[in-house]
Ligand binder design. Structure first.
Ligand code: PEP
Ligand code: MG
Length: 898
C-alpha cells in the first residue's frame, strides 16, 4: 500500500530534505529541520503523489488517505497536548501548499483552521485573550471563504469597513473582542447568502475543504502562468503541509520574522533579518508596519530607533543565531528562514536556499569553500556565469526610478548613459569636446566602428543578437541594445520617436544592455568591486576546466583586456576592423576601386606597414600565447564610402572623378552580400590582398624578439566550403611565408587552418582536415547558413519564434544543439578521423555562451574563443561543464576541499 502522508515533529519524523519530489520543498525542509532537532511545530505532509492521483482520477483521493490524515492529526494533537475540535484545548492547524520548486504566493494557504463557535471559547481560555481569539476566528472565516468557497476578500473587507465607520474607528486595532465577534456574525451571514450553505463548523469538514482547495490551486491561473515562466512541469504537482498553528500575535512576548543566514545583497557573514512583535507572518511582508531589525548592528546600520530582537528578546535571539549556524552547516549554503515566537518560545516555520545578488553569490561561494563547508568544485557550481557577467559591467542602481521608453534585445551587457547622437561622426565630434554619448543607428556597419568605440553605449532599431552592432559592442565591452523595433530613427532631423515620444539629439538616454531597456534620462550606476574573491574563484575554475579559453580581439585595447581577464590567446583576430582606422580606410577604398592588379598592389603596399604595426603590437601583448589571425572576410563594398564627402575624398586620392566612384560602388552592390563575394572568395579572386596580409603577419612575427613573440602564429581562412578553396588560399599563405623567411633569413613556426562556417565544410571536414592544421567553428555564419536565417534580419521574427517554441532560445545566442551543434559534432569527428589530434575550437558568439560551452565540452572541443569581457564567463562555464561531466563519473574529482 502506498504511503500518502509523512509525519514530522515530536520525535516522529518520516521525511528528509532529499525527498523534495515527494514532499515538496517546504515539506522536505520542515522534515529535515525536525529531524535535526530544531523546534518545528509538528505536522504532516500529504505527498505530491496524492496531487497526481487527484488530477488523474477526476479530483478524487486515493483509498486510505482519509485514515492517514486522521492519524496525522492525532500525531499533531498528541505532541501539542490538544485535540482537534476540543472545546477546552482546541488544536488549530495551518494548511499550506508546497511544490518541489518554490512558487511564492502562487497557491493558497489557510491559517487557524479548526475554529468554530465552540473551539473559539477554548482559544479564549488558553490564550487568555478574547480579542485575539475572535480576531483569529474571523481571519480564518475570511481566508477559508475566499480560498475554499470562492467568496472574494473584498466582500469581507467591506463589512469590516462598514463596522469601523459605524463605530468611528480608524484602525483595525481599534476593534474590541465584542466588535470582532459581531463582525463574525455578519461574515457568516454573508457566507450563507453567497454560497447557499452555512459556514462549515466541523473541523474535519474544514480540513477536507482546505486540502482540496490547496490541491485545486495547483491549476489556478496564477500557478499555471508561473510554471510556464519558470519551466516547472505540471506533472510535478504540489504537496500539502498540515501543521500545528503557532501564534506570533498573542501578545508582546510574541513575534514573527524572516531572515537570511548571511546578507543576501553583499554576502557578508552577518545575520540579516526583520521581525514584528505581536504579528502574524503576512504582516511582515505586507509592509503595513515597519519591521524591526534582528541585530543591533542591523538596527544601527539602518538608523532605526526600534529595538532589535537581540535587545528585546535576547534569549530567543541567541537560540535563533545558533539555529542559523546549525542550518548553514547542515545545508552548506545560505538559508532564507521564517520563524515565529509564541509566548517566548521559538518555532521554525521554514528554511530554504536564499536568493542572493550576484555579488553575494560570489562572496558566499568563496567564503563557504574557505570555511570548508563546500569544495572548490561546489563553489564553482554555486556561481552562475550570468551572475559574473553582471558583475563585470556597471549596472543601473536597482533603487533608481527608470522611465523606460522601450525594450530591445539585450545585446551587450552593462549599462550606460549619455547624450543621444545619430551618426558615428557626431559621436566622435561630441566626445572630442568632452561629452559622453549614446550612439543610435538603424543598424551599424564597419564604418561606425569609430563612433561605437567612443560612445558609452549603442542602440539600434534593427538587427539581432549577432548583428554587427551586437558583435562589435560585445567585443568592445560596450553596452548595446539592438533591434529595438519601437524606435524610429530620423537621422536627417536628428530625432527619434519611441511610441509617440520624441527624443532629440543631445537628450540624455540610458541603455541597460543586460535587460534591453532603453530609458529616458541618466539613471545612476553602480559597479560592484570584484576583488580577491573573484580572482580566487577564477583560479579554482581554471584548475578544474579542460577546455581552453581564448578571446576574439583585434585591437591592442581588446587584447589587453582579454589578457587581463585570463584569455589563453587570441582565437579570432578579425583583420577587417584594422582597415577602418583613420589614415587607412582611404587606401582600402583605393585598393577596392583600383581598375587592375597593379593599382591594387600600389594601394596594398601603402596598407602593409599599418597591418604589420598592428600585428607587432598584438603579438607583444599576447607574448607566449597563440594568436589566430583571420584573413579578410567581409564583402568589399562594406568598406566603400557612403557620404558625399567620403566619396569626394576617395575620388581625389584615386585621381578619378566622383561619377566613376559612384559607378564602381553601384557595380559592387550585391543582393545577398552575406552569401556573396566575401571570405576566401576574396582571396581567390584577389590573391594579392591575402598575400599582403600574410606578408605583414610574417614580417611582424619575425620582427618581435622571441621573448615578446606569440607561442604560435595561426593564419585562418574564412568561409571555406571546399578543399580546393583551402588549397588555393593556403598556397598564398605558404608562399608569403617562404618569401618573407627567405628575405629575412629567419623562420618562425606557423599554422594554417580553416574556419568551419558553412554546412558543406562541416560535412566535408574529413577532406578539409588533410590541408588544415586546425579548425575553428564560425558558428555565427554556420547558424545563419544551416538554418537559412539571416544574422541581421532574425530579430524581426525571433520573438514570435520564441513564443511559439520553434527554438527554445535564440539560435544565434545559444547553439541549436540538434542542428548546428550536430554539424559541429560531425565536423569534429570527421576532421579528427582524418587528422588525428586536430585542434578544434569555436570563435562564433556561442563561444561565450554558457549553455553552448556546455555542449562544446560534451563533444570534446579543445577551446572556445569569445569577446574579451566574456572570457571570465567562459572560464567559469567551462569549469562548470567539466565538473558536471566529472560528476557523471568520467573522472575522479581531486580532493580539493579548501
Ligand atoms: C562566425 O561566423 O561565427 C565568425 C566568427 O565570423 P564573423 O562573425 O566575423 O562572420
Ligand atoms: Mg563568419
Amino acid at each position: 500500500m502506498s504511503k500518502w502522508v509523512y509525519m514530522f515533529g515530536g520525535g516522529r519524523t518520516e521525511g528528509r530534505a532529499g525527498m523534495k519530489d515527494l514532499l515538496g520543498g517546504k515539506g522536505a525542509n520542515l522534515a529535515e529541520m525536525a529531524a535535526i532537532g530544531l523546534p518545528v511545530p509538528p505536522g504532516f505532509t500529504i505527498t505530491t503523489d496524492v496531487c497526481t492521483f487527484y488530477y488523474a482520477n477526476g479530483r478524487t483521493y486515493p483509498a486510505g488517505l482519509e485514515d492517514a490524515i486522521e492519524a496525522g492529526v492525532a500525531h499533531i494533537a498528541s505532541v501539542m497536548g490538544a485535540s482537534f475540535g476540543d472545546r477546552k484545548q482546541p488544536l488549530l492547524l495551518s494548511v499550506r501548499s508546497g511544490a518541489r520548486a518554490s512558487m511564492p504566493g502562487m497557491m493558497d494557504t489557510i491559517l487557524n483552521l479548526g475554529l468554530n463557535d465552540d473551539t473559539v471559547l477554548g482559544l479564549i481560555e488558553t490564550s487568555g485573550d478574547a480579542r485575539f481569539a475572535w480576531d483569529s476566528y474571523r481571519r480564518f472565516v475570511q481566508m477559508y471563504s475566499d480560498v475554499v468557497l470562492g467568496i472574494g476578500h473584498h466582500y469581507f473587507e467591506e463589512l469590516l469597513e462598514d463596522l469601523k465607520a459605524d463605530r468611528g474607528y480608524i484602525l483595525d486595532t481599534d476593534l474590541q473582542a465584542g466588535d470582532w465577534k459581531e463582525l463574525l456574525g455578519s461574515y457568516k451571514a454573508l457566507v450563507m447568502k453567497r454560497s447557499g450553505a452555512p459556514f462549515p463548523d466541523d473541523p474535519y469538514d474544514q480540513l477536507r475543504g482546505a486540502i482540496g482547495a490547496v490541491f485545486s490551486s495547483w491549476m489556478n491561473q496564477r500557478a499555471i502562468t508561473y510554471r510556464r515562466l519558470h519551466d516547472i512541469p505540471e506533472a510535478w504537482g504540489t504537496a500539502v503541509n498540515v501543521q500545528a498553528m503557532v501564534f506570533g500575535n498573542m501578545g508582546s512576548d510574541c513575534a514573527t520574522g524572516v531572515a537570511f543566514t548571511r546578507d543576501p545583497s553583499t554576502g557578508e557573514d552577518t545575520f540579516f533579518g526583520e521581525y514584528l512583535v505581536n504579528a502574524q507572518g503576512e504582516d511582515v511582508v505586507a509592509g503595513i508596519r515597519t519591521p524591526q531589525h534582528l541585530t543591533i548592528l542591523g538596527k544601527q546600520a539602518n538608523q532605526s530607533d526600534l529595538p532589535a530582537l537581540e535587545e528585546l528578546m535576547p534569549d530567543v535571539f541567541r537560540q535563533l543565531d545558533a539555529i542559523r549556524r546549525i542550518l548553514e552547516k547542515h545545508y552548506r549554503d545560505m538559508q532564507d528562514i521564517e520563524f515565529t515566537v509564541q509566548r517566548g518560545a521559538l518555532w521554525m516555520l521554514q528554511t530554504r536556499t536564499g536568493k542572493r545578488t550576484p555579488a553575494a553569490a560570489l562572496k558566499i561561494a568563496v567564503d563557504l569553500a574557505r570555511e570548508g563547508l563546500i569544495t572548490r568544485e561546489e563553489a564553482v557550481m554555486r556561481v552562475d556565469p550570468g551572475q559574473i557577467d553582471q558583475l563585470l559591467h556597471p549596472m543601473l542602481d536597482p533603487r533608481a526610478i527608470r522611465d523606460v521608453l522601450t525594450t530591445g534585445l539585450p545585446a551587450s551587457p552593462g549599462a550606460a548613459s549619455g547624450k543621444l547622437v545619430f551618426t558615428a561622426a557626431d559621436a566622435e565630434a561630441w566626445v572630442r569636446r568632452g561629452e559622453k554619448v549614446i550612439l543610435a543607428r538603424v543598424e551599424t556597419s564597419p564604418e561606425d566602428i569609430g563612433g561605437m568605440h567612443v560612445a558609452e553605449g549603442v542602440l539600434t532599431s534593427r538587427g539581432g543578437m549577432t548583428s554587427h552592432a551586437a558583435v562589435v559592442a560585445r567585443g568592445m565591452g560596450r553596452p548595446c541594445v539592438a533591434g529595438a523595433g519601437a524606435v524610429r530613427i530620423n537621422v536627417t532631423d536628428r530625432v527619434m520617436t519611441v511610441l509617440g515620444r520624441e527624443i532629440r539629439e543631445g537628450d540624455l538616454l540610458t541603455l541597460d544592455g543586460s535587460t534591453g531597456q532603453v530609458i529616458y534620462g541618466a539613471v545612476p550606476m553602480v559597479r560592484p568591486d570584484l576583488g580577491k574573491d573573484f580572482s580566487l574563484l577564477m583560479e579554482w575554475a581554471d584548475s578544474i576546466r579542460r577546455m581552453g579559453v581564448r578571446a576574439n580581439a583585434e585591437t591592442p585595447a581588446d587584447a589587453r583586456v582579454a589578457r587581463s581577464f585570463g584569455a589563453e590567446g587570441i582565437g579570432l583576430c578579425r583583420t577587417e576592423h584594422m582597415f577602418f582606422e583613420p589614415g587607412r580606410i582611404v587606401h582600402v577604398r583605393q585598393m577596392i576601386l583600383a581598375r587592375d592588379e597593379d593599382g591594387r598592389r600600389q594601394a596594398l603596399d601603402l596598407l602593409r606597414p599599418y597591418q604589420r604595426a598592428d600585428f607587432i603590437e598584438i603579438f607583444r601583448i599576447m607574448h607566449g600565447l597563440p594568436v589566430t589571425i583571420r584573413l579578410l572576410d567581409p564583402p568589399l563594398h562594406e568598406f566603400l564610402p557612403h557620404t558625399d564627402a567620403d566619396i569626394q575624398e576617395v575620388a581625389d586620392s584615386a585621381g578619378v572623378d566622383v561619377r566613376t566612384v559612384r559607378q564602381a560602388i553601384a557595380q559592387m552592390a550585391e543582393s545577398n552580400p552575406m552569401l556573396g563575394h566575401r571570405g576566401c572568395r576574396l582571396g581567390i579572386t584577389f590573391p594579392e590582398i591575402y598575400a599582403m596580409q600574410c606578408q605583414a603577419i610574417f614580417e611582424a612575427a619575425i620582427e618581435v624578439p622571441p621573448k615578446d613573440a606569440p607561442s604560435m602564429v595561426e593564419v585562418m581562412i574564412p568561409l571555406v566550403a571546399t578543399r580546393r578553396e583551402l588549397e588555393l588560399t593556403k598556397a598564398i599563405v605558404d608562399q608569403a611565408a617562404k618569401d618573407v623567411f627567405a628575405r629575412c633569413g629567419k623562420t618562425i613556426p606557423y599554422k594554417v587552418g580553416t574556419m568551419i562556417e558553412l554546412p558543406r565544410a562541416a560535412l566535408c571536414a574529413g577532406d578539409l582536415a588533410d590541408d588544415a592544421e586546425f579548425f575553428s567553428f564560425g558558428t555565427n555564419d554556420l547558424t545563419q547558413t544551416a538554418l537559412g536565417i539571416s544574422r541581421d534580419d532574425a530579430a524581426h521574427f525571433m520573438d514570435a519564434y520564441h513564443r511559439h517554441g520553434v527554438y527554445a532560445k535564440d539560435p544565434f545566442v545559444s547553439i541549436d544543439c540538434e542542428g548546428v551543434g550536430e554539424l559541429v559534432k560531425i565536423a569534429t569527428v570527421r576532421g579528427r578521423a582524418a587528422h588525428p589530434g586536430l585542434k578544434v575550437g569555436v570563435c562564433g558568439e556561442h563561444g561565450g555562451d554558457p549553455d553552448s560551452i556546455d555542449f562544446f565540452e560534451g563533444i570534446g572541443l579543445d577551446y572556445v574563443s569569445c569577446s574579451p569581457y566574456r572570457v571570465p564567463i567562459a572560464r567559469l562555464a567551462a569549469a562548470r561543464s567539466a565538473c558536471r561531466r566529472i560528476g557523471n563519473g568520467h573522472k575522479e574529482l581531486a580532493d580539493s576541499t579548501a
